[in-house]
Design a protein. Structure first.
Length: 290
């Protein structure tokens, strides 16, 4: 299985010229501010469920990312957690429902990274490279710190780290969750030639007419897909589709729905880290024409 990922870069216009180092520090502060105090902030600054400030647990980013020693096979940059095995998950396809008409790939892409926190198979403070020096363990080890909170417990690697099943612990059986690793459009598009299009042009007609046609940038080999939610051009508030090249879809680059299609882990502007509001099912209706 080969997964393609689109690396996005962003820049902010500044009213005055700044030294490169200062600009980088400001950009880091903006990104961290989006997580600080949210449920994805497991550090001492967290909103209730957090680790005490011991040996690096005051660092917000360290529970997911590391500047050194990251898993280079991970589907997201500088990933600091141990990934599950794609075949260890039961997918939505196991339901055998006739309404699922898109191809389903093994769990992978960015969803595999999300599940390394949310499938309940390892402690939330399990990291590959602990903050500070001398804390590298390719198999993962517990980040120092004492858990303060009710929803999670810091149990050893390989153990369930959730007190009770919840939206936080979705487990490895994904049949009761919105499908991930599923081909967008209910079976792709009426012509694969539609993949080779220009920026912000509709891909073409989905095979299943109940789906909205997404936008795409690039071409058949460098395609980046998204479903527009109202603002011109690709935005973080759009529903991001992740390009995968799978045997199940003829080894042609295709847009797939993943966890991060609907959720942005770096901002809590909407409930449950949704990319856009789901008032009156607006997020659902961005993709589904119901």
């Amino acid at each position: 299985m080969k997964t393609l990922f689109n690396k996005h870069a962003s820049a902010r216009k500044l009213g005055i010229l700044m030294a490169g180092g200062t600009a980088l520090m400001l950009a880091h502060g903006v990104a961290m501010a989006g997580i600080s105090g949210t449920k994805h902030d497991l550090s001492v600054t967290g909103s209730g469920n957090k680790f005490t400030a011991t040996n690096g647990s005051s660092e917000i980013c360290a529970f997911c990312h590391t500047p050194h020693g990251a898993d280079t096979a991970a589907p997201v940059p500088l990933w600091n957690r141990v990934l599950g095995t794609p075949g260890s998950y039961t997918t939505y396809a196991a339901l055998g429902t006739s309404s699922l008409d898109g191809a389903v790939a093994p769990v992978g892409s960015v969803s595999l990274a999300c599940l390394s926190c949310h499938d309940g198979t390892q402690a939330m403070n399990t990291t590959i490279n602990q903050a500070g020096s001398g804390g590298y363990n390719a198999s993962g080890a517990l980040q120092a710190g004492t858990w303060v909170g009710s929803a999670l417990t810091a149990t050893p690697v390989g153990s369930l780290n959730y007190a009770t099943p919840s939206i936080v612990n979705i487990g490895t059986d994904l049949r009761n969750d919105h499908p991930v690793g599923v081909q967008y459009g209910g079976g792709g598009f009426l012509s694969s030639a539609n993949l080779n299009v220009t920026n912000a042009t509709a891909v073409g007609t989905p095979t299943d007419a109940d789906f909205v046609s997404p936008k795409v940038t690039g071409n058949a080999t460098t395609a980046a897909f998204w479903v527009d939610t109202g603002t011109a051009g690709r935005q973080k508030t759009d529903l991001i589709l992740y390009t995968r090249t799978e045997p199940t879809v003829g080894n042609v680059a295709q847009p797939f729905v993943e966890c991060a299609t609907c959720h942005d882990p770096h901002t809590n502007a909407q409930a449950t880290f949704l990319r856009t509001s789901n008032t009156s099912s607006a997020l659902c209706l961005a993709c589904h024409t119901k």
